[in-house]
Design a protein around this ligand. Sequence first.
Ligand code: HQG
Length: 180
Amino acid sequence: MNYQKLSKEISYALRHAPWEYELEIDSDGFVPIEQLIRSINESGSYERPITKEDLKNIIETSDKQRHEIVNDKIRALYGHSLATHISKDKISPPNILYHGTTHKVFETILIEGLKPMGRQYVHLSSDINTAVQVGKRRDQQPIILKIKAIVAYKNGISFYKGNDKVILADYVPKEYISLL
Ligand code: HQG
């Protein structure tokens, strides 16, 4: 079983296109596991029908905490681009957060602030190494931005929990952003 391919397909279904899989997604991003399994199995794109155990294995062995199973439901923890708003739990952030980005756009970010762009939230990292990995998806030598998160929070910017390393925000104004 190609777990990497399956993990990507699950992320695609849960973050971007639940309607393509005929999934009923709730406001927290959860869908019934049985619906997801049935829909993926109808496509017949894996060597055998997938099971709930496969989904549990993907979550347990993944390099990143992308999905979560609670009882009979599964959700993506971050990354959504749906028109339907997914609500996330508000948190008080750590003092400093990081964002890995590209040489191409960092100057714009220092002028405009961090925007969610194609997703529902801005994605921030709790440690530098995670931010480097995020940035390396698009730039071999990414630019790492430092966010004064607790100051922003005290001034009214909301932060939300993605997972242990990914913290979300609606928007981060430029005054809280500097080059690392
Ligand atoms: C940039 C992956 C111009 C921003 C990762 C980024 C993450 C601006 C891009 C998660 C801007 C958006 C999300 C502005 C922000 N002007 N560009 N004002 N503000 N940007 O993919 O944070 O492996 O939507 O710097 O690891 O790169 O899929 O966000 O380059 O956790 O689980 O606009 O996705 O996780 O790109 O990545 P993205 P991201 P997975």
